[in-house]
Design a protein around this ligand. Structure first.
Ligand code: GTP
Ligand code: GTP
Ligand code: MG
Ligand code: MG
Lengths: 279, 300
């Protein structure tokens, strides 16, 4: 007679495999399975469907806590969003998507070409500006990104802009001078508009594994991250790294990116995301 | 920097005189956590640990036979760490950063991968590397989709004084085919195709790659993979490999703290050799692959 307070080994192994291969991370997976075992009723231990449903709802409950779309409520001054993240995560494209959405809703947007470092970064944002019909504030090549952002806020104030989206260069969170540059950008924005940046949006690639958690921690330490956008969820990766990040940091999740076109942006929805994890 | 899993394992074994079946399974579990946290793919982790277990058990038996109760020279902790390390190095394969070049007239290198993995930057790094080998590369802007992709490659090419071929009116397979002719005309002997980022489930774009390969038969087809990639690494590599025959892969952004378990995973699951690693944004940041370096990083 086996005490039914434990999942059997086979079940544990297959659940662990589902969680780990979705990039949920082995430690987070263990925690979830412990929580699962604690929450199951005695008779449910023999019911694989009940176990699955319970696991899904545990994850969904966890993610509902951080489901928090960016409410762009507008006051007399522009709302400033600073977009940050590691190289290639999808920052510039995400800015274009947010700008397109806000413009379609009748708002006045200014995109700021704050990546003055990478080849053709400014040009890339300008192409998007042209497609969306949205101005792009830029500086000279190699200009100080903070100076470009400072001037852009001045322009936004003059022009009655509702929403300012500041693009920054990709950077690895391990590069101290680059993280310092980000802190400086933040201080500079506040010099022009004290409440700016109202949102610091960290863009994370859904195909990342456990490094995403380190990214979130380090960026959050440098500049408080107030929102997350998880991109490339149209790929085969399930974006499970978000579960670990939410578990450890609880940062609001704003958007998901589901493609390369300007409409490929959705508000984060915990239920849909969790369902897709198990699909 | 020992990762927690490995540190735990070593500490666990510190006090022990010998490696036994009991403490071995404890230690393997700690290593497993470490590998999975390093983004080594699930099945690859399992088969790696099975192999390590087999070797370790074999050695335990041998040790008992040979030493009986004589004191061992090497502590089980050091010995076990070395066993894992050596097994990992062996899995990574020999250092082989060879690119393949035809005698004449133009060889080609095709660079492929997911969005944002670092292809354009890596294509330029390869141009610089190939130039240093005394060849005359030409960069080919085969990404017609991404805003300012051509400008990006042009800028990098100009920094290196490497010519860049682009053609606004053509599709990528035609661009690559035409680039070979242009290469001959301008006296270049290696064409490097920078292709657009794509998802492996995008059939149209995967077919585009197959078409480029069919028309130009590039000697080198390199998958560019971000070091931060998680469990999908093997599926992604296999999907590219099934459509086009990869000759190697390059792992980028290894200058960060991503452990890069995908490198081991891809090599183990597909046999595709790791040719280079990207260690930074600037164009001199391309290093030849060293199995030792990557093994230590994955083990932590
Ligand atoms: N499939 C897919 N591709 C995306 C998504 N978001 C961005 N991309 C692609 O990812 C690549 C990189 O996007 P960028 O916007 O340039 O990324 P970035 O973070 O600004 O890059 P850096 O500025 O170089 O650090 C581009 O090819 C984009 O089209 C998404 O949600 N889905
Ligand atoms: N730190 C670091 N950054 C890198 C490395 N390789 C590329 N990058 C950066 O990663 C970002 C994306 O690089 P790209 O070369 O544009 O990537 P891509 O694969 O061509 O992107 P798509 O064409 O949009 O798919 C840029 O910010 C690069 O500077 C590397 O080895 N280390
Ligand atoms: Mg960008
Ligand atoms: Mg590119």
């Amino acid at each position: 007679f086996r005490s039914r307070r434990e999942l059997d080994e086979g079940m544990t192994a297959s659940l662990e495999q589902i969680l780990v291969t979705a990039d949920i991370g082995v430690k987070t997976a263990y925690q979830l399975l412990e929580k699962l075992t604690a929450s199951l009723k005695r008779k449910e231990f023999d019911d694989p469907d009940a176990i699955m449903m319970r696991l899904r709802s545990l994850i969904e409950e966890m993610l509902v806590e951080v489901e928090s779309p960016l409410r762009l409520s507008f006051g007399p001054e522009p709302l400033v969003v600073m977009v940050v993240g590691v190289n290639g995560s999808g920052k510039t494209t995400t800015i274009a998507k947010i700008a397109a959405r806000h413009k379609a809703a009748g708002g006045k947007v200014l995109m700021v070409a704050g990546d003055t470092f990478r080849a053709a970064a400014v040009e890339q944002l300008e192409v998007w500006g042209g497609r969306i019909g949205c101005p792009v504030a830029r500086g000279k090549e190699g200009a100080d990104p903070s100076a470009v952002a400072f001037d852009a806020l001045g322009r936004a104030l003059d022009e009655g802009t509702d929403l300012v989206l500041v693009d920054t260069a990709g950077r690895l969170h391990t590069r101290v001078p680059l993280m310092e540059q980000l802190k400086k950008m933040r201080r500079t924005l506040a010099k022009k508009i004290p409440a700016a940046p109202h949102e610091t949006l960290l863009v994370i690639d859904a195909s990342n594994g456990q490094n995403a958690i380190l990214q979130a921690k380090q960026f959050n330490e440098a500049v408080p991250v107030t929102g997350i956008a998880l991109t490339k969820l149209d790929g085969t990766s399930k974006g499970g790294c978000l579960v670990g990040i939410s578990n450890e940091l609880g940062i609001p999740v704003r958007y998901i990116g589901i493609g390369e076109k300007m409409h490929d942006l959705r508000d984060f929805n915990a239920r849909d995301f969790t369902a897709a994890l198990f699909a | 920097i020992l990762t927690k899993g490995f540190r735990d394992a070593r500490q666990y074994l510190q006090g022990m005189r010998t490696l036994t079946e009991e403490n071995l399974s404890e230690v393997l579990q700690m290593i497993r956590v470490s590998l999975l946290e390093a983004d080594v793919e699930f099945q690859v982790t399992r088969s790696f640990l099975d192999r390590v277990k087999e070797k370790a058990l074999g050695e335990i038996v041998l040790t008992r036979v040979k030493h009986k109760d004589k004191k061992l020279k090497v502590s089980p902790s050091d010995h076990f760490t070395k066993l894992c390390h050596d097994e990992l190095v062996q899995l990574m394969g020999a250092a082989d950063s060879q690119l393949s070049f035809r005698a004449k007239p133009v060889s080609a290198v095709m660079v492929v991968g997911l969005q944002g993995s670092g292809k354009t930057t890596t294509a330029a790094k390869l141009a610089r590397y190939i130039q240093k080998q005394g060849k005359r590369p030409i960069l080919v802007a085969a990404d017609i989709y991404r805003p300012a992709a051509v400008e990006q490659l042009r800028k990098l090419g100009s920094d290196l004084q490497v010519p860049v071929f682009s053609d606004g009116g053509e599709d990528p397979p035609s661009i690559c085919t035409k680039s070979i002719r242009t290469a001959v005309e301008v006296g270049c002997d290696v064409a490097i195709f920078d292709t657009a980022g794509r998802l492996t489930i995008d059939d149209v774009l995967m077919e585009e790659l197959r078409r480029i390969q069919e028309l130009t038969s590039p000697e080198n087809v390199l998958l560019v993979c971000d070091a931060m990639i998680g469990q999908e690494s093997v599926n992604i590599a296999k999907a590219f490999n099934e459509r086009i025959q990869l000759t190697g892969f390059i792992m980028t952004k290894l200058d960060g703290d991503a452990r890069g378990g995908a490198a081991l995973s891809i090599k183990e699951a597909t046999g595709i050799p790791i040719k280079f690693v990207g260690m930074g944004e600037s164009l001199d940041r391309l290093e030849e692959f060293r199995p030792e370096g990557l093994a230590s990083r994955i083990l932590g």
